[in-house]
Ligand binder design. Structure first.
Ligand SMILES: [Zn+2]
Ligand SMILES: [Zn+2]
Length: 336
């Protein structure tokens, strides 16, 4: 029996009668993480890993009907044993492990295998069937260690500050922005953020994650000399808006896995591209899949056909799963 099937509302567990990251409103939802394409409003009941509670309430509303479980804690519902395990993607992100009559399935949501200090690191979970994303499921996607990327960002920021120029870095407001703040050298200059970024910073700080001091960019006048030394973190949607005018002559950059493709940076029209993704790269996907020991792999959003073909070549029973995931702000903008 399949423990997860695709339904018009989303991924559905028939024996448990609940949905995982549904894209249409349902009675019972199990949420892997707070990105907009996975956590949507309108569900009567939400179940998620407890480190993600603050994020879900900040994004979906404080009044959602939310139940949480610690990582590894088990809940039995209609005979299905459910537990959450770290996915290493963003704060509170989880893989969902389902066990029913001896069958084990894991739905991984989005995941990243390199630990980054802003969320619990990815933990492989043994299973019979693994549901994996494939956002960067092409052999060209191989990430450099994040330490090297942060050092590239520091070097760019330092050079701009020395030249008296603001450094505007576009990054997705939830997850990517906090990972950058956690990883950079905060002693270079003041750090300013867009209004979309700061509420998430607050949730990370409340979760005990070190995020250096940040200031609202809107509080600074165009003439303030601090702007010329500052790093400004903003969501991609702020690019080209009037909000940008206060920074005068600035250098801009975009941090995303899509920056691996030269054309993407050119289309974005930014000075620099930093290849930094919160998703597994090609070797990371293959490593994670192998670690599960799964014989059957269901591939969702991304390079489904390529990954399915490759896994079949390894002798695995692989197939694509149609979902409506993959509209994370930065990805959508970058691939548009
Ligand atoms: Zn995500
Ligand atoms: Zn996703």
């Amino acid at each position: 029996m399949d423990l997860v099937i695709a339904r018009p509302e989303g991924l559905y567990c028939p024996p448990g009668d609940f949905y995982i990251d549904p894209w249409r409103p349902v009675a019972r939802s199990v949420i892997t993480h707070g990105h907009g394409d996975h956590a949507r409003t309108g569900n009567s009941h939400y179940l998620a890993a407890s480190p993600g509670a603050g994020i879900l309430r900040a994004r979906l509303g404080a009044d959602i009907n939310l139940q949480t479980l610690a990582y590894g804690e088990r809940l039995v519902h209609h005979g299905v044993t459910l537990s959450f395990h770290p996915a290493g993607h963003v704060l509170g992100s989880a893989q969902v492990r389902l066990e029913y009559q001896g069958e084990v399935w894991v739905a991984s949501g989005d995941y990243k295998v390199e630990a980054d200090g802003t969320c619990a690191p990815f933990e492989p979970v043994r299973c019979h069937t693994f549901i994996t994303e494939s956002t960067f499921g092409l052999p060209i996607y191989r990430w450099q260690p994040q330490r090297e990327i942060f050092s590239e960002i520091d070097t760019w920021w330092r050079a701009n500050a020395q030249a008296g120029k603001a450094s505007v870095l576009f990054a997705y407001a939830f997850g990517k922005a906090q990972r950058i703040l956690h990883g950079i050298d905060a002693s270079i200059g003041p750090i300013l953020v867009h209004g979309a970024v700061e509420p998430l910073n607050r949730v990370y700080r409340e979760g005990g994650i070190h995020i250096p001091d940040t200031h609202y960019a809107g509080d600074f006048k165009k003439t303030d000399p601090a702007l010329r030394q500052a790093l400004i973190l903003a969501p991609p949607s702020a690019g080209g808006s009037t909000w940008m005018r206060r920074f005068g002559d600035y250098s801009d950059a975009f941090a995303s896995g899509w920056m691996r493709l030269r054309g993407t940076r050119r289309r974005r029209g930014v000075d620099r591209g930093f290849v930094l993704s919160d998703h597994a790269d090609w070797p990371g996907l293959l490593w994670a899949i192998e670690q599960t020991g799964a014989e059957r792999v269901m591939v969702t959003h991304g390079s489904v056909a390529v990954l399915v073909r490759y896994l079949r070549g390894l002798g695995l029973d692989a197939q694509g799963f149609t979902t409506e995931y993959g509209d994370e702000d930065d990805d959508k903008v970058a691939t548009a």
